[in-house]
Design a protein around this ligand. Sequence first.
Ligand code: HEC
Ligand code: HEC
Length: 85
Amino acid sequence: MKNLLINSLFVAICLIILIFLFAAPEETTSKLPNNSIHAEFHQIKSKKEADRLCVACHADGKQAPLPEDHPAPFRCLFCHKREPL
Ligand code: HEC
Ligand code: HEC
């Protein structure tokens, strides 16, 4: 009897967590663009490897600086995901 109670409680908690996750807002961070500039970065297997090359253009005084309120600019592809090809 006690086991049944514990099991039901467990299932209820799992359901609540699931509903919570499904209700999360859609991911809004922009993806790595799928254009000729960024094409090579879709090819590089290692994200860490690719990340190091982004700041050549995405940094202060470069071609496409990051916005001022941008979060710490490490591991770019962790947030700016690559579209599954
Ligand atoms: C050769 C220069 C160059 C390199 C290297 C580069 N980018 Fe870009 N990126 C650009 C330019 C130019 C734009 C367009 C900027 C604009 O529209 O203001 C852009 C735009 C973007 C955007 C914005 C897309 C949008 O929807 O607004 C993201 C995200 C981005 N790059 C991520 C990356 C990441 C991650 C890397 C490294 C893997 C990278 N870029 C490497 C030049 C570069
Ligand atoms: C912690 C998550 C995170 C990391 C890591 C990160 N970014 Fe961003 N980036 C964001 C968010 C959030 C924005 C705000 C705009 C948005 O929602 O896309 C943004 C905006 C940008 C923009 C402006 C265009 C746009 O989409 O608004 C560029 C370009 C960009 N990031 C490139 C980079 C590059 C290059 C790196 C690595 C050096 C990087 N980001 C690392 C979260 C991140």
